[in-house]
Design a protein around this ligand. Structure first.
Ligand code: HEC
Ligand code: HEC
Length: 140
């Protein structure tokens, strides 16, 4: 009898803790450090945008993001300067699209329609300027 009561109390406590954890979890905060892209961006859309950045610059995620080891990443970290440049580039692209092409959408919005993309300048290169300088070098 005494034993059963103990089990009941312990079970009750466990349920209480689990419910407590579930209730205190913040709603819909998937990404921790978004300053330019919409904070409520869906996982599907952020995947699409990040894939576009990587392809446009011809780089992997670790060009902008901190890779801890072969399986662990800190995507929210701002340690890499390339990530900060990329933020400025997103703002610049949004501004060009809005001011010169009358775009009503921005990078990271659902089904955004944009005229100027990263690839418009980058063409698969992280440094578009350097590419041209190299091409202009006299051939030997
Ligand atoms: C050219 C730079 C660049 C590349 C390449 C890139 N990202 Fe990002 N990523 C950013 C920037 C900039 C932000 C922050 C955007 C903001 O502040 O709104 C970001 C944010 C994120 C976040 C949100 C992190 C958080 O919690 O705040 C995730 C997840 C992410 N990137 C995944 C990826 C993955 C996966 C790849 C590779 C397929 C990738 N990124 C490639 C620039 C890049
Ligand atoms: C209007 C042209 C243009 C557009 C659009 C553009 N970029 Fe750039 N970007 C440049 C130029 C030019 C440089 C090189 C600047 C320099 O030499 O310092 C650069 C440099 C960068 C760098 C730094 C590379 C390095 O080696 O450190 C990153 C990161 C970057 N761009 C990301 C992006 C992303 C992401 C987008 C789209 C959201 C984008 N850019 C859109 C022209 C552009």
């Amino acid at each position: 009898m005494k034993y059963n009561k103990k089990i009941l109390v312990v079970t009750g406590l466990v349920v209480f803790v689990i419910v407590g954890i579930a209730a205190s979890r913040p709603p819909e905060e998937k990404f921790k450090n978004l300053k330019v892209l919409p904070k409520d961006i869906s996982e599907q859309t952020i995947d699409k945008v990040m894939d576009e950045f990587s392809k446009a610059l011809g780089v992997e995620c670790n060009f902008c993001h901190l890779q801890i080891d072969s399986t662990n990443w800190d995507m929210a970290s701002d340690q890499k300067p390339e990530k900060s440049v990329a933020r400025k580039m997103i703002k610049m692209s949004n501004k060009i699209n809005k001011d010169f092409f009358k775009a009503k959408t921005k990078y990271g919005e659902e089904n955004a329609v944009l005229e100027i993309h990263c690839v418009t300048c980058h063409h698969g290169q992280p440094h578009p300027e350097m590419e041209e300088e190299q091409e202009e070098k006299p051939k030997q």
